[in-house]
Write a protein that binds this ligand. Structure first.
Ligand code: ZN
Ligand code: ZN
Length: 160
């Protein structure tokens, strides 16, 4: 009788067959487009590189074949968008509008700090203006005092 439990193989060793070279392997990459398995030799990526992609990008990894398919047919994309009555055109138009609005908002946000600086400098100028006004009014007051004391002097002279 075999003493090794049967589930050991099933649970812990995942054997896949490489789509490209038909080698059996237990650690490779699966393409999320065609769902085919590749060993790292045929996947066009190193084991370490694949690990470094992170869970999200690993889950969206494309094999070399699917990469070719998604990159090459750039001329077919505008033609599919140009089909009359297609929803894709409308969606991309609204997306453009949204992007444009986001850019405008971004521009507004970047002008806010300079606006705040402007307001600060205006405030400082107002304070200076107020100070000079107070100074002027005190000048006027002292001038007025001088004039009235002069008037008193003149009227006293007139009495003589
Ligand atoms: Zn292979
Ligand atoms: Zn693929």
């Amino acid at each position: 009788m075999i003493k090794t439990p049967m589930y050991f193989n099933v649970t812990y060793v995942k054997i896949n067959i490489c789509e490209s070279c038909s080698n059996e392997f237990n650690d490779g990459a699966q393409c999320y487009v065609c769902k085919k398995y590749y060993d790292f030799g045929c996947a066009g990526i190193t084991k370490r590189g694949f690990r470094n992609l992170g869970a999200d990008r690993r889950a969206q990894w494309k094999c070399l074949q699917c990469k070719k398919v998604s990159f090459s047919p750039s001329p077919s994309r505008p033609s599919s968008e140009a089909t009359p009555g297609g929803n894709s055109g409308g969606e991309s138009a609204t997306l453009d509008v949204i992007l444009k609005e986001i850019r405008e908002m971004k521009n507004l946000v970047t002008t806010v700090p300079s606006l705040i600086e402007d307001i600060k400098s205006i405030k400082v100028e107002l304070i200076h203006l107020k100070e000079s006004c107070e100074y002027n009014s005190s000048l006027v007051k002292s001038f007025h005092d001088q004039v009235s004391s002069l008037e008193r002097g003149v009227s006293q002279i007139e009495k003589i």
